[in-house]
Design a protein around this ligand. Structure first.
Ligand code: NAP
Length: 305
């Protein structure tokens, strides 16, 4: 491997430390404690794990954590009533509704019911519009974390060719907006893109957010390019043996084939330990930012786009 490893786990720890420092100052100098409310509807096992670790890390940086676990058959009216209550609660600075929601609930309606100033996931239509027009917004956590790592590695991104593979509302599109905001020349690729390999080969920065295990091979990567692998995919790992129930053990891989991409890239994020840990760190950063804005205080530096 010739590429520099961009260590998201270590970077996320420094972001959380910065957040903890700001939280301590907010408490000491302004008697304010940032609060994050996380709402989980239903019992999706992956969502339960995410919500648990979000709550744990929120408390670890000194913020207040409020968890709301609702039954899978909760009505839309009841969920909207809870969001309304949290919108009005001055102790709650950030609200996150864990996605996906059960099928009978309209995700757009629910997300757009959150006060945009408390929308720490950055999915509210107002925040999408503010980001798209280059105005102060709440920025989605995964793209924000990816941008922080790119800025840290490169300093300025101005003039670089960036290719984002994936056009989802939660990763691909906001990532492209952020890179454009940092004056990259941005291409967004997706499942209908022709000659994807050629498109990717032109990139100084590749952000892969597809959800297809190891889809990007090393020979798509321009020599020295920076690769940010957002993908989190679980694949069978027979080399690790079997579980007690006889099923094959699994492992996590990204959207990029790590070894071959690392052989050509200048820098690359691993999976796991790359973008993943940055996502929760940025959620905490967004909550501090929201708290500062709500109280008319200066925003923490280096924690926003
Ligand atoms: P998504 O909503 O399913 O979007 C996937 C995108 O990939 C779509 O735009 C799709 O194109 C495109 N795509 C699919 N097949 C393709 C192909 N063969 N060639 C080029 N593009 C293709 O996924 P997402 O929510 O953005 O998530 C993407 C990945 O990131 C997943 O692995 C997810 O687990 C991971 N993720 C990680 C974090 C983290 O914290 N690290 C956070 C969020 C997501 P079309 O639009 O044309 O269908």
């Amino acid at each position: 491997m010739s590429a520099t490893l961009i260590d998201g786990k270590a970077f996320a720890a420094t972001v959380r430390e910065k957040v903890a420092g700001h939280v301590a100052r907010l408490k000491e100098e302004h008697d304010v404690t940032p609060g994050l409310a996380v709402v989980l509807v239903g019992e999706d096992p992956a969502s339960q794990v995410y919500v648990r670790s979000k709550g744990k890390m929120t408390v670890e940086v000194g913020m207040n954590s409020y968890e709301y676990k609702l039954d899978a058959d909760t009505s839309e009216a009841d969920l909207l009533a809870l969001i309304d209550k949290l919108n009005k609660d001055a102790d709650v600075h950030g609200i996150l509704v864990q996605l996906p929601l059960p099928g009978h609930l309209d995700e757009d309606l629910v997300i757009n019911a959150i006060d945009p100033a408390k929308d720490v996931d950055g999915f509210h239509i107002s925040n999408v519009g503010l980001l798209g027009t280059g105005q102060k917004s709440m920025v989605p956590c995964t793209p924000l974390g990816s941008l922080m790592m790119l800025r840290d590695h490169h300093g300025s991104l101005s003039g670089m060719n960036a290719v984002v593979i994936g056009r989802s509302n939660i990763v691909g599109k906001p990532m492209a907006q952020l890179l454009l905001g940092d004056s990259c020349t941005v291409t967004i690729a997706h499942s209908r893109t022709k000659d994807l390999a050629d498109v990717v080969r032109r990139a100084d920065i590749v952000v892969a957010a597809v959800g297809r295990p190891e889809m990007v091979p090393g020979d798509w990567i321009k020599q020295g390019a920076t690769v940010i692998d957002v993908g989190i995919n679980r694949i069978d790992a027979p080399e690790k043996g079997t579980n007690e129930d006889g099923s094959v053990k699994t492992r996590l891989v990204g959207d990029c084939h790590f070894e071959s991409c690392a052989a050509r890239a200048g820098a690359i994020t691993p999976v796991p330990g790359g973008v993943g840990p940055m996502t929760i760190a940025c959620l905490l950063a967004n909550t501090v930012t929201a708290c500062c804005r709500a109280n008319g205080l200066a925003e923490p530096e280096g924690l926003t786009a």
